[in-house]
Design a protein around this ligand. Structure first.
Ligand SMILES: [Mg+2]
Length: 396
């Protein structure tokens, strides 16, 4: 029998700002991207004024004129995240970091009683980092994750073995993974507002409402979730692609185009998984097999390739230190963020332009999924098509 803890920091970005600057404690604080004009995180003091994420920062200021609005400091959040998870690693090597402020720890077979461990982790984070987490402990990822989020902030919920079904039964359907607002509305309309009702519905009938997700949803509703905790580091999570050339390359415009095309592929994958990224790394291999690389971190995570095209040009310049022809170029996107950066409300003009580019990217993703990458070509695709090489990009 597995025993898993799920840890979810409360109002993470805002809480880190309050931890780092005692003058901000007890005050309404929001972290909002300057570029986007959207609240990315709001302290619980700010939430009392009706401020939530994602909300336009202008609206947040109306609701709370003395709101402390800060630009994001993602270096700081990543540092706090590493510290936070280090307390989980103290008790188990099996830690799956899902996002900057959420993850699972497998406490099965731990040397101390699991509930004692869970309490120690919570207390250590609160005392050392001055932020709070909510924690859920249960026999599966499903149950522990829901338990941690049920009564935030600074909450702890334990679902003992054998109590999974009675714990899930009365909860609204939106608590099940994969049930977003649209699916929830469809399930509600069919009289399946609670998890109990989904559990009692035959899978083929559920299929009429949610399609291929029905078997998984039915299992979850019955408290069945065999997914193991997979040891994984957030920094290890990345999107990368490399291309080895059949002939060594010196053509800079062509190499820039190769990198842009890689960005197109990698960002499409990131978007499909609901991720944004903050760090770009360009790596090159010379014809004598020596390598160089250059990396850059953005101020804020993004999920749009069009945000990084010109940065890729500069990174290639920086990485290509020796005037020697290249055998390989590679692009890696790392510091992956989940959620909060895909959904944004267009407010000012830059935000509207971003929103338009974001919607365009979604349309391009759909077209390319259906008809292949070449259904729509950007300038660099034409350049590459005009001078084809025998090489094929390899994704990781
Ligand atoms: Mg959180």
């Amino acid at each position: 029998m597995a025993l898993i803890t799920h840890i979810d920091a409360d109002a993470f970005f805002a809480a880190v700002e309050q931890a780092a600057d005692p003058r901000l404690r007890g005050r309404p604080v929001a972290v909002g991207g300057n570029r986007r004009g959207i609240v990315a995180s709001a302290s619980y003091e700010a939430r009392r004024y009706g401020i939530y994420t994602p909300m336009p920062t202008a609206r947040a200021r109306q609701l709370c004129p003395h709101l402390v609005l800060l630009p994001g400091d993602f270096e700081k959040y990543e540092q706090f995240s590493r510290w936070m998870f280090s307390y989980v690693y103290d008790f188990t090597p099996t830690v799956e970091i899902c996002s900057i402020d959420e993850g699972y720890g497998d406490l099965t077979g731990a040397r101390h009683p699991p509930l004692e461990i869970a309490a120690t982790i919570r207390d250590a984070i609160r005392q050392a980092l001055k932020i709070t987490v909510s924690e859920g402990v249960g026999t599966s990822k499903l149950v522990s994750q829901i338990a941690s989020k049920l009564r935030k902030p600074a909450a702890f919920e334990y679902v003992p073995p054998g109590h999974e079904v009675s714990f899930l039964n009365p909860l609204p359907n939106r608590w099940l993974p994969g049930v977003g607002p649209q699916t929830a509305a469809r399930l509600n309309a069919a009289g399946l507002a609670c998890i109990r009702q989904i559990a009692a519905t035959p899978t083929d009938l559920l299929g009429l409402l949610v399609g291929r997700a029905a078997p998984q949803l039915h299992q979850f509703a019955q408290g069945v979730d065999p997914r193991p905790v997979v040891p994984r580091n957030a920094p290890a999570q990345s999107y990368s692609q490399q291309e080895t050339f059949a002939q060594d390359q010196t053509d800079e415009p062509r190499l820039r185009a190769v990198l842009r095309r890689m960005a197109d592929h990698l960002f499409a994958r990131a978007r499909a998984e609901g991720h944004s990224v903050r760090t770009l790394t360009v790596r090159i291999r010379y014809n004598d097999m020596a390598e160089d690389q250059a990396a850059e971190s953005l101020v804020e995570p993004t999920d749009l390739e069009t945000d990084v095209y010109s940065r890729l040009d500069r990174l290639l310049d920086r990485a290509w230190r020796r005037r020697v022809s290249l055998r390989l170029v590679a692009l890696k996107l790392s510091h992956v963020y989940t959620g909060g950066y895909g959904a944004e409300l267009p407010l000012d003009r830059p935000a509207q332009q971003r929103d338009a580019r974001r919607r365009l990217a979604d349309v391009i993703d759909q077209l390319r999924t259906q008809y292949g990458h070449t259904v729509l070509r950007r300038g660099h695709d034409f350049l590459l098509a005009a001078t084809p090489t025998a090489s094929e990009p390899v994704s990781q």
